[in-house]
Design a protein around this ligand. Structure first.
Ligand code: GZL
Length: 323
């Protein structure tokens, strides 16, 4: 009995010591708010702009940001979140690379009473108390806007090839869904080939090269490209030029993001339109962190507004572009 009591006291002392060291870690940051940010990767210029927005906003607010680049791998994001929890961060900002597989680690953050703010992509969880809020664009609406622009440009007729984003990622799933919702209303418009380019310029070019060669072999005309982001569209433009065709003229190209290089490509007549998807989420993300830490109940989703840009307005809007 006496041994049991001694053991219980030892366990209690150990737990207190651990808690004190964790608490002291939080204070070690010199009283600064410490926030963990698990970023998807650096796969596109949109992503780079988002990272810059979050880093610069943290600096502006005197927040110590622990940053992790997952190189587009979910297991790296899960590891990073566990490390943030062990380090005793006060809040976590997460841009989830894919929609599924988050329940266990988000449950661990919830048990540690660390609020999780989702930015730019959503997650599929049965219990939406596992995150405080999602700040993102409406990707289905983006897909619809891209399709509506393309229908007008092609007068409701044409063969389309689609460069999809990362498999399982919210923007890839929903941009495809929104695009198809509109296209299915036009029997003479058809997506004849569709494959992932993983949101990168390199893979976008490689996939477009295979589309061009297989279409030639099958004697299928490609009238348009729908790319889930500008980086893949810019890769496709290179492939089209190397095939001796004129992007933007022989093949219409519509993409999503609205990054600076897309505006330059529209001014050069090589890209026809892009649907903006604002990556400058830093201010909203840290407003949400502050509200969550203040015990406020946040809306489950805050939708970031988007608009369409094309060759009629690219030149005059380029100077105002912030990313
Ligand atoms: C959209 C974001 C997407 C961008 C891509 O919110 O998740 O990921 O459209 C980026 O450029 O790679």
């Amino acid at each position: 009995m006496k041994t049991r009591k001694i053991l219980a006291v030892m366990v209690l002392l150990l737990a207190t010591a651990m808690c004190m060291s964790a608490c002291s870690k939080k204070e070690k940051a010199g009283g600064k708010l410490v926030v963990g940010f698990s970023q998807v990767g650096a796969e596109s210029s949109w992503r780079t702009a988002e990272t810059e927005s979050i880093r610069s906003e943290a600096e502006k607010r005197g927040i110590e940001l622990k940053f992790s680049d997952a190189q587009q791998k979910q297991e790296n994001q899960i590891k990073a979140i566990r490390s943030f929890i062990a380090q005793g961060v006060k809040a976590i900002v997460l841009a989830p690379v894919v929609e599924t597989g988050w329940e266990p680690v988000l449950m661990e953050a919830k048990r540690a009473k660390i609020p999780v703010i989702l930015v730019d992509r959503g997650v599929n969880v049965s219990d939406d108390t596992l995150y405080s809020t999602l700040i993102a664009s409406d990707f289905v609406a983006e897909g619809r806007m891209a399709a509506e622009w393309m229908v007008k440009k092609l007068n409701g007729k044409g063969n389309i090839v689609e460069l999809q984003g990362t498999p399982g990622a919210a923007p890839a799933i929903d941009r495809k869904k929104g695009f198809e919702e509109i296209i299915k209303k036009y029997p003479d418009m058809k997506v004849v080939k569709s494959q992932t380019g993983d949101f990168t310029r390199t893979k976008g070019k490689e996939v477009m090269q295979t589309f061009l060669s297989s279409a030639k072999a099958e004697n299928v005309k490609i009238d348009a490209v729908y790319a889930h982001n500008d980086d893949m569209a810019l890769g496709a433009i290179q492939a089209i030029e190397e095939a001796g065709l004129k992007p933007g003229t022989d093949i219409v190209i519509v993409s999503i993001d609205g990054v600076k290089d897309a505006f330059l490509a529209m001014i050069d007549g090589k890209l026809n339109a892009t649907v903006e998807c604002n990556p400058l989420l830093g201010p909203m993300a840290f407003d949400a962190v502050k509200a969550a830490l203040g015990g406020e109940t946040l809306p489950k989703k805050t939708v970031v507004k988007d608009s369409v840009f094309d060759q009629t307005n690219a030149k005059q809007t380029l100077p105002d572009r912030k990313y």
